[in-house]
Design a protein around this ligand. Structure first.
Ligand SMILES: NC(=O)c1ccc[n+]([C@@H]2O[C@H](COP(=O)([O-])OP(=O)(O)OC[C@H]3O[C@@H](n4cnc5c(N)ncnc54)[C@H](OP(=O)(O)O)[C@@H]3O)[C@@H](O)[C@H]2O)c1
Length: 248
């Protein structure tokens, strides 16, 4: 069953990891896909070709989600190419972990810019289109760390907690226009972002998860399909944990 047939989705940060997984699963569900990346032009081209081979329309855009003007231009370009935008997935994110004692100001600012300000930039840019359509689904990638906090990730946790507050506020503001806004809190999803971690730390994470494994990009993508599709027509303002039971 194709749950996203005929819908157009923008996914930020889809050249690898969770974003790429979302793009692949959305294509299987029939969505047309515009996606962004920051620097991985080659990986983006490979993904664009792979998605197009499934018969949907797909295009990758190099665009810095942290830059307000670039986000506006991206939405204009996607509208010109695809004609409509039904789904926005704010997925682009980075980490710059350090204990607060050692965290330089620029690492705090950069993580807030890329993880939180980007969500403002993209949501603001797409708002007019969704208001005109009187429909839309916005999905913001937060993290269990935004709910629980994590030593060594004060910048990241602050950005992700901010994403949840932003999500709930947008849901309240735009609900009357049939625009829904939800967040997903992934737990430990095995991607390049987590490959930077020490192997013993990774083992410890896996053992502490009730489902006894790290998550996959596909696990997160399946939750996104639900939130993007009409299956979740009465769900807004929520932050759903996709974490194997980590936060209970
Ligand atoms: N992995 C986890 O366990 C986990 C857990 C909770 C939440 N999350 C969240 O899930 C999201 C995806 O994580 P991931 O693990 O898939 O990360 P990843 O493998 O590091 O991929 C990050 C993606 O974001 C893009 N990106 C980075 N900065 C950008 C910018 N300024 N503008 C546009 N795109 C940018 C990257 O593009 P380039 O390839 O061009 O650099 C890449 O496509 C993030 O928001 C992350 O915080 C991840």
């Amino acid at each position: 069953m194709k749950l996203l047939q005929g819908k157009t989705a923008i996914i930020t940060g889809a050249s690898r990891g969770i974003g790429r997984g979302i793009a692949q699963v959305f294509a299987q569900h029939g969505a047309n896909i515009a996606f962004t990346y920051s620097a991985s032009a080659e990986a983006a081209k490979v993904l664009e070709d792979e998605l197009a081979a499934t018969g949907i329309k797909a295009k990758g855009y190099q665009s810095d989600a942290a830059d307000f003007e670039q986000a506006q231009k991206l939405i204009d370009d996607v509208l010109a190419e695809f004609g409509t935008i039904d789904i926005l997935i704010n997925n682009a994110g980075i980490t710059k972990d350090n204990l607060l004692m050692r965290m330089p100001e620029e690492d705090f600012d950069k993580v807030i810019q890329v993880n939180l300000k980007s969500v403002f930039n993209m949501t603001k840019a797409v708002q007019k289109t969704m208001l005109k359509q009187r429909s839309g689904s916005i999905i913001n990638m937060s993290s269990v760390v935004g709910v629980k906090g994590n030593a060594g990730q004060a910048n990241y946790a602050a950005s992700k907690a901010g994403v949840i507050g932003f999500t709930k506020s947008v849901a309240l503001e735009l609900g009357s226009r049939n625009i829904r806004c939800n967040a997903i809190n992934p737990g430990f999803i095995e991607t390049e972002m987590t490959a930077k971690l020490n192997e013993d730390v990774v083992k410890g994470w896996r053992e502490s998860i009730p489902l006894k494994r790290g998550g996959t990009p596909e696990d997160v993508a399946n939750a996104c399909v639900f939130l993007a599709s009409d299956m979740s027509a009465y769900v807004t303002g929520q932050a759903i944990n996709v974490d194997g039971g980590m936060l209970t």
